[in-house]
Every structure is written in structure tokens, then in C-alpha cells.
Design a protein around this ligand. Structure first.
Ligand code: AQP
Length: 349
């Protein structure tokens, strides 16, 4: 199981930068995914997506991105955005991304993606964007700030992926609708201007939707129902102990229902003995508090090496910045080739 495999060795020295990826030689299929620096990374991000980023590094030519343009739709404080961008990059490195085996960069460091998004918007009917579930959701959640970026988000996501002609996209299932729309946008472009881009395909983990501490909605930074990976141990303990369990288990002696208890479900990813834990719940041998305490222990133990690496890297921001700069520089030949092709096909040359 990928979760219990030892963390890969890191090559974090950004100098010399890795050789550029030849633009005309996609010898291997490309994989791309982005993560927003919109808050602290949580176990939903890891179980649903990041562990696949790590696993796919060796199977595909993998490109991972901290999507700060996307985060601007909800984060408006420049210092907060800058800090979170570096923290998210640090988190990904600590969790196992290896700059010697993948490319990690910040979205705005290759601003050509904004040009490609604009070009994609000219093949995208507004009605497609208006029906996106996340747009409807954000419109309700932040009615005072329904900015245009929320509407055009899927076109930027499509541009993110295919600027690098990537076709494999590890994401959580909450991104399924976005990815479907990305495919439609790419198809619309290819129909109008001729075959240019591959249609991106989602790749899911065994935990495509991790529920939050409320046990109802997906774990999400903006909802605040998260179990953070790099928070102090006491904070992680508080977050786990606040989790909603089986709401029908009122008394300690009532049998539990592991199938509907989010704490029990999470145990599946933090140890091989989860069936025993479930059995304890079913027979009321153990109570919800015991099962939560055990989960805290397991989560802390599981992430201990990553937490250690995170602390080391946070103390060395120049190392992380170097990785990000080298990543953006490395992508330049691919971006230049894609944009030259697109401009030519669209009559901009
Ligand atoms: N609860 C989750 N279960 C499974 N996968 C998840 N992902 C996020 N939450 C879960 C996946 O993590 C990747 C990075 O997410 P993101 O930060 O780009 O955006 P998001 O999906 O919007 O995540 P959040 O935490 O909910 O952020 P906010 O609150 O800022 O919108 C994605 O692949 C995502 O599917």
C-alpha cells in the first residue's frame, strides 16, 4: 500500500537546474495537477490527490503546480497568498514530491497560461461555465465576492493542463465536473482549429472523496472542517476529537456502524488492522472516543517523517524557492512550443 511505503529520497538542491524537457519529445505521457494555496493542506488533499501525485512521479512525466491564479478568486491578501504558496510547495516536497523526478512550480511563474485561458474562453459558451457546480456553490458561499474568476475557473484549469499537453490528471472526485468541462473546452478548440490537445483524464485514489470533521461535507479548506497535516499535534488532536461519528450511537454501549462513521472510514488509510477496529465498534467493545484517540495517534505516526521534513524545509525557504524557480524555467520550452502552435492555428501570427 502506497501509504505505508517509505518516503522517497529527496533531491532538493536546486542548482544545477534539471535539463529542460525537450518540447518536441513527449516520450512519456504527461501528468499534471494543481493545488490551491488557499489554506493549510489537509488529509483530504493527501488521501484524495497528493499521494497519487507522488505515486505517478515515476510512471509519467509529471508536472505539479501551486495554482496561485486560482487562489486569487478567494484569497485577496498578498502577504497571505505569498506565505501560503510557499507553505503549499513545502508541504508537497515534504509529502514526497521529488524535484529530481517531477517538475514543481507556481502557476503565475508561467503566465502564458492566462493567455491560453483567454483563447479557450473564445471557444467556451458562457452557459457551460454557468452550470459548473463549484461556481454555483461559491456564488452562494461568498455572495459579496462573485468575481469573474470564479466563473472562468474551468477554462483556466483546462489551460493549466493542456499548456503542457498533459492527459493524466490526478485529482479528487470533487474535480470531476471541472475536468469534464476541461475536456469539452479542449474538444471545442480541437474541433474549431484542428487536433491540437489531448483530452485530459482524471485519475483517482482509493479515497476520492474524504469527508470533513462534520461527517457530511467533503473535507475542505474553505469550509474549515479539516484535519491538517502540518498543524501542531494539539491542533490535530482537537480537530480529530471534534469529528462527528455515527449519529445513531448515543450511548457508549450502543453498537457502532463503521460503514457510516467517518472516524472508522479514515482508519482504513492509517493502518492495516482497521477491520479489527471496526469490529470493536460494532460490538461496542470500544467507544467513539477510544477510536478517535487511536486515529490521532495513527495520523501523527503516519505523517511524522513528512512533518519533520516540513519543519526542515520551512527553515530553508531559499531551497523551496529554488525548486520552484527551476521548475518554471524547465517548463519554458514546452510552453513556448504550445503557444507558438496555438497562435499559428488561431491566426495570431
Ligand atoms: N475532501 C477531499 N477528498 C478528496 N480529495 C480532495 N481534494 C480536496 N479536498 C478533497 C483534492 O485535493 C486536490 C487539491 O485541492 P485544491 O486545493 O486545489 O482545491 P479543492 O478541491 O477546492 O480543495 P479544498 O481543500 O476544498 O480547497 P478550497 O476550500 O480552497 O476550495 C484536488 O485534486 C482536490 O480534488
Amino acid at each position: 500500500r502506497a501509504m505505508s511505503e517509505p518516503a522517497p529520497t529527496h533531491t532538493l538542491d536546486p542548482t544545477p537546474a534539471p535539463a529542460p524537457v525537450a518540447a518536441d519529445a513527449p516520450a512519456r505521457v504527461r501528468c499534471f495537477s494543481g493545488i490551491q494555496p488557499s489554506g493549510a493542506p489537509h488529509i483530504g488533499n493527501d488521501l484524495g490527490a497528493i499521494r497519487n501525485y507522488v505515486a505517478l512521479q515515476d510512471r509519467f512525466e509529471s508536472i505539479y503546480c501551486i495554482v496561485d491564479f486560482h487562489a486569487l478568486t478567494t484569497t485577496h491578501d498578498p502577504e497571505v497568498l505569498r506565505r501560503r504558496t510557499r507553505e503549499m510547495a513545502t508541504a508537497l516536497l515534504a509529502l514526497g514530491l521529488d524535484p529530481g523526478r517531477c517538475t514543481l512550480f507556481v502557476q503565475s511563474h508561467r503566465p502564458e497560461v492566462a493567455e491560453l485561458m483567454w483563447l479557450f474562453l473564445t471557444v467556451t459558451p458562457v452557459s457551460w461555465l454557468e452550470r459548473t457546480p463549484s461556481y454555483k456553490e461559491k456564488r452562494e458561499n461568498q455572495p459579496e465576492d462573485v468575481n469573474h474568476g470564479l466563473l472562468t475557473y474551468p477554462a483556466l484549469m483546462a489551460a493549466d493542463i493542456v499548456l503542457y499537453k498533459a492527459s493524466v490528471v490526478p485529482v479528487g472526485r470533487d474535480q470531476a465536473a471541472h475536468l469534464e468541462l476541461s475536456r469539452e473546452i479542449v474538444r471545442a478548440f480541437n474541433n474549431r482549429y484542428g487536433p491540437t490537445f489531448p483530452e485530459p483524464q482524471a485519475v483517482y485514489t482509493e479515497a476520492p472523496v474524504v469527508l470533513g470533521t462534520d461527517g457530511v461535507r467533503k473535507m475542505s479548506k474553505s469550509i474549515g472542517n479539516t484535519i491538517e497535516i502540518f498543524a501542531p499535534a494539539d491542533e490535530i488532536r482537537r480537530q480529530v476529537m471534534s469529528m462527528v461519528t455515527d449519529t445513531q450511537r448515543i450511548k457508549r454501549t450502543d453498537p457502532g456502524r463503521p460503514e457510516v462513521c467517518n472516524v472508522c472510514q479514515l482508519h482504513r488509510f492509517f493502518g492495516d488492522d482497521y477491520e479489527e477496529i471496526w469490529d470493536g465498534e460494532r460490538t461496542a467493545r470500544t467507544g467513539c472516543v477510544d477510536t478517535k484517540k487511536l486515529l490521532v495517534e495513527r495520523i501523527l505516526r503516519h505523517y511524522a517523517p513528512a512533518r519533520e521534513r516540513y519543519a526542515e524545509l520551512m527553515a530553508s525557504p531559499a531551497t523551496v524557492d529554488g525548486v520552484l524557480e527551476a521548475g518554471a524555467a524547465r517548463l519554458r520550452p514546452i510552453v513556448d512550443a504550445t503557444m507558438a502552435e496555438v497562435r499559428e492555428k488561431m491566426g495570431l501570427r
